[in-house]
Design a protein around this ligand. Structure first.
Ligand SMILES: Nc1ncnc2c1ncn2[C@@H]1O[C@H](COP(=O)(O)OP(=O)(O)OP(=O)(O)O)[C@@H](O)[C@H]1O
Ligand SMILES: [Mg+2]
Length: 429
């Protein structure tokens, strides 16, 4: 019998857990129904913290569990099995096969096995999970990772950002303070005001939005208030890699990859092969969502053909460096980079000396759209081009939007649809 009380505890949290009510409920339901549940997301998005919380509450209810941190150098399936056995306090003698022992001991057990930080050893961990899941029907795995294990039956749960203020909230500082991202900022701030003034509420909202609701970045930004003012933090985000660093003053004990926002991204970026690095940095010229056609136009040069770019985009999505965005009006897939990842990509673009050539490829792709619009409008269905104009507006591609408006103006003028044209032009402004 596995003794729940013997399970190795998740690290004791020294700071309060904030929000995530919806995500907690969704994950609890998944863990109750599915065998392998992977919480996925970029570095510092709160995967481990949510898993600790789930395990902690299971512990309170008396369910059996174990928690295994695998973030450091685990290179073989045998090591993974030994770690899980150790976390369950199962004695495995020298020379014994830890996996065989685990299969035998867990065969009839209802245990939640939590594997935290799997992205650096996906293959050996996947082997162990597949073997144990097949041999032990009541064992459930909760995985945190920046990329999926890709084992049969794995349910992927992509952790969304913490909830952010909506435009309608901005008039009311109390409404701003209730969303998770702002609540985390305030609770981690060394000088949190008793109540948020309107001006400060706007600044905190701006900071959280600029950081895409990413908890690690929010914690690092809040810690800055120890030595600068809110307005300095908001302005400082234009150079976020210099600002978002725990610096020499701690807190001590934070893992090195969480001490600066750059180190947090390096952790994944260092694992990329050269084609994926090239595509990632080149995609950073896109201000908003983009489709595969734009991706190949922007990143597909110097030895990277369209299929290489498409394959790289899929791998970057797997590694949580690029995320899926809502589909385009024509139903095709769209992608985007979170603001901090985009800023990282742009730094890489500059170091590779590729900024000019990539920006030119980007401009020429959107410029081509404008020219196509002019050619196609004679007798063609303008709705399709209006959809592209909306796409450009959503993507924040203002120069492209202006090109499309120029093209469409001829159509609106010819068709006597001046009011209609004005409405669309105002939206793209
Ligand atoms: N809901 C939350 N409430 C309070 N703090 C949080 C919450 N989510 C995350 N944090 C804090 O944000 C930081 C990053 O979170 P966490 O370690 O869970 O990220 P992660 O996604 O596991 O990152 P990595 O991919 O590097 O392992 C931690 O300091 C954590 O305590
Ligand atoms: Mg983690």
């Amino acid at each position: 019998m596995v003794d729940a009380a013997n399970g190795l505890a998740p690290p004791a949290a020294l700071t309060s857990f904030v929000g995530r009510a919806h995500e907690f409920a969704a994950l609890s339901a998944l863990v109750a129904s599915d065998r392998v549940v992977s919480i996925l997301g970029p570095g510092g998005s709160g995967k481990s913290r949510l898993a600790w919380e789930l395990v902690g509450r299971r512990h309170e209810r008396g369910g059996a569990w174990c928690f295994t941190e695998l973030i450091d150098d685990v290179t073989s399936a045998a090591q993974v099995a030994e770690r899980v056995a150790a976390a369950l306090a199962l004695p495995v003698g020298a020379g014994q096969d830890a996996l065989a022992e685990l299969c035998a001991r867990l065969r009839d057990q209802d245990v939640l096995v939590t594997l935290d930080g799997c992205e650096r050893a996906v293959e050996p961990i996947a082997q162990i999970v597949a073997r144990l899941a097949a041999s032990c029907p009541a064992v459930t795995f909760l995985v945190t990772s920046r990329e999926p294990l890709l084992v049969a039956g794995e349910t992927l749960y992509r952790l969304p950002p913490m909830t952010l203020p909506q435009p309608a909230d901005l008039a009311d500082p109390q409404a701003v303070a209730t969303c998770d991202a702002v609540a985390l900022f305030l609770v981690r701030s060394p000088r949190a005001p008793e109540s948020l003034s309107h001006a400060d509420g706007l600044l905190v909202a701006e900071i959280c939005l600029e950081l895409d609701g990413a908890p690690l970045a929010i914690e690092l930004a809040a810690a800055c208030l120890d030595h600068v003012e809110l307005v300095d933090v908001a302005r400082g985000l234009s150079d976020r890699f210099a600002l978002l660093s725990r610096g020499p003053r701690g807190p001590r004990g934070a893992p090195a990859r969480h001490c600066t926002i750059a180190a947090c991204i390096d952790w994944t970026h260092d694992l990329l092969g050269e084609p994926d690095r090239s595509v990632f940095r080149r995609l950073s010229v896109s201000a908003g969502p983009f489709g595969l056609a734009a991706a190949t136009a922007v990143a597909g040069w110097s030895a990277l053909d369209d299929s290489a770019v498409t394959a790289a985009v899929s791998r970057l999505v797997d590694r949580s460096l690029v995320e899926r965005a809502p589909a385009a009006p024509d139903g095709t897939a769209r992608y985007r980079l979170l603001t901090t990842l985009r800023a990282y990509g742009q730094r890489e673009l500059d170091s590779a000396g590729e900024r000019t050539v990539t920006s030119e490829a980007h401009l020429s792709w959107w410029g081509g759209l404008g020219r196509d619009a002019r050619d196609a409008l004679e007798g063609a269905d303008a709705q399709d081009w209006l959809a592209r104009l909306r796409y450009a507006a959503d993507a924040g591609e203002w120069a492209a939007g202006a090109d499309l408006i120029t093209a469409l103006t001829l159509f609106w003028h010819g068709a006597g649809l001046h009011r209609e044209g004005l409405r669309h032009a105002q939206r793209t402004r």
